[in-house]
Design a protein around this ligand. Sequence first.
Ligand SMILES: C[S@@+](CC[C@H](N)C(=O)[O-])C[C@H]1O[C@@H](n2cnc3c(N)ncnc32)[C@H](O)[C@@H]1O
Length: 195
Amino acid sequence: MTTRSQLRAPFPWYGGKSLAAPLIWRAFGSVPNYVEPFAGSLATLLARPHAAKIETVNDKDGLIANFWRATQTAPDEVARWADWPGNEADQHARHRRLVDAALPKRLDREDAADLSELTRAWAIEHGENPQLRIALCGWEGEHEMPRRWTRIAWRSKGSGKNRGKERIWFSPQCLPVNDGELFATAGAELGAEAA
Ligand SMILES: C[S@@+](CC[C@H](N)C(=O)[O-])C[C@H]1O[C@@H](n2cnc3c(N)ncnc32)[C@H](O)[C@@H]1O
């Protein structure tokens, strides 16, 4: 039987949190209710080391929503269409077909300009709720959080301009996290914004 800790995100996705997932689950613990408002490839949810309980996920990207809906309703068919020999020319042709069909334009695929601001405002508003453990992901300097939040550095596999600036802010109700081997770079950050 496949356990949760053996599951991986099925495709690469921008901002994927597979390398941060162990840290996030350490801070959350085995929560009875996991809510992922920005699902993407579901790297964090799939990396849960304990048995899943209630899970609610959301993503406004229509292609992402379609992938997960199809996987739920017709997993064998999704596997059949996904399991073709990797071939760059074919990949470009498929990509062009999607772009020419203007499908992405008809689906909402852009992050809103105020997404970061709105997410931070929600996190601050609910940060002291004793029933919530919140992980706010972002980049160094992106969020100014209240003192009781803990900021941790981590490193993704990405190579973009934000490489090395990956940060997660954990709300005060989260479990303590320490700078284990995976998050060795977090040492200087730990405690910097914690109570
Ligand atoms: C960085 S990815 C999520 C990574 C994922 N949580 C993980 O564990 O790897 C961000 C996702 O947020 C989605 N998104 C952006 N704005 C959104 C909004 N207003 N509502 C819902 N989802 C949104 C994007 O479509 C994208 O798939």
